[in-house]
Design a protein around this ligand. Structure first.
Ligand code: PEP
Length: 257
């Protein structure tokens, strides 16, 4: 419960990146369903590659585990070879979509402007966006963490209305902690989460900021999840590596539930 009396349900999402064939994806969610046994204390989301969305959606039906995609293109359809649109993702059974992951910013030219276009597209097709922000190692070492995070948050959310924010989840992912085994300390993460909530309060209002769920991402594992999640402004996790095995992803959820 926050000071203002808001209950923010924790949300743990697994970003499978470019791992798992459709058959492997089905095996993983089968294992996850068994391991989680229909728990509802925490919102659990899995984000497999596009080619597995439909099949995973079928296996997840009635399980209480939600489905997400890892990206979307902003046009609904057209001559955009290799792209996948919001309506296609929605029709495949997904409820969430990750937008602006640092790997997309780093390797695929994603900018705040393109993140913003994808975000607006997600709303128009009824998908709930998980928007990623966070500094890299050079930026942290140069003392620019707060400048970079502010730039990502304000740029990504530009032009949004308060009502849009109801479905947004922000994931703070320090790039130096992604896939490196180096987790931000609970105090380091909390400091940035609180800062993000403050920016959202200024951009929209305090009630919107209080209701916003902010995930931490960066080498979250069963051993460190509970301490991170016990921080007042950390409302869940975006999990890469540890989401690729049913037992470790389920253990993260159980350790905080
Ligand atoms: C991620 O891909 O968003 C992530 C946080 O990865 P990992 O948990 O492997 O650091």
């Amino acid at each position: 419960m926050t000071k203002a009396g808001f209950m923010r349900k924790k949300i743990i999402a697994g970003n499978w990146k470019m791992y798992k064939t459709p058959a492997e994806a089905v095996a993983l969610v089968d294992g996850l369903k068994k391991a989680l046994g229909g728990q509802t204390a925490v919102d659990a989301v899995v984000c497999p590659p596009f080619v597995s969305l439909t099949e995973v959606s079928r296996v997840l039906a009635g399980s209480g585990i939600a489905l997400g995609a890892q990206n979307l293109f902003w046009e609904a359809e057209g001559a955009f070879t290799g792209e996948i649109s919001g309506p296609m993702i929605k029709a495949a059974g997904a409820e969430y979509v990750i937008i602006g992951h640092s790997e997309r910013r780093q390797f695929f030219g994603e900018t705040n402007a393109t993140v913003n276009r994808r975000l607006k597209a997600a709303f128009s097709y009824g998908l709930k966006p998980i928007v990623c922000v966070g500094e890299n190692l050079a930026e942290r070492e140069a003392g620019k963490t707060f400048d970079v995070v502010k730039d990502h948050v304000t740029g990504s959310l530009a032009g949004l209305g308060k009502e849009d924010m109801n479905t947004v989840v922000i994931a703070y992912e320090p790039v130096w902690a992604i896939g490196t085994g180096k987790t931000a300390t609970a105090a380091q993460a909390q400091e940035v989460h609180k800062f993000i909530r403050g920016i959202v309060a200024k951009l929209f209002d305090q009630a919107t900021a209080d209701a916003l769920r902010i995930q931490y991402g960066g080498s979250v594992k069963p051993e460190n999840a509970a301490e991170l999640m016990s921080q007042p402004d950390i409302d869940g996790a975006l999990v890469g590596g540890a989401s690729l095995k049913a037992d470790s992803f389920a253990a993260i959820i159980k350790n905080i539930a």
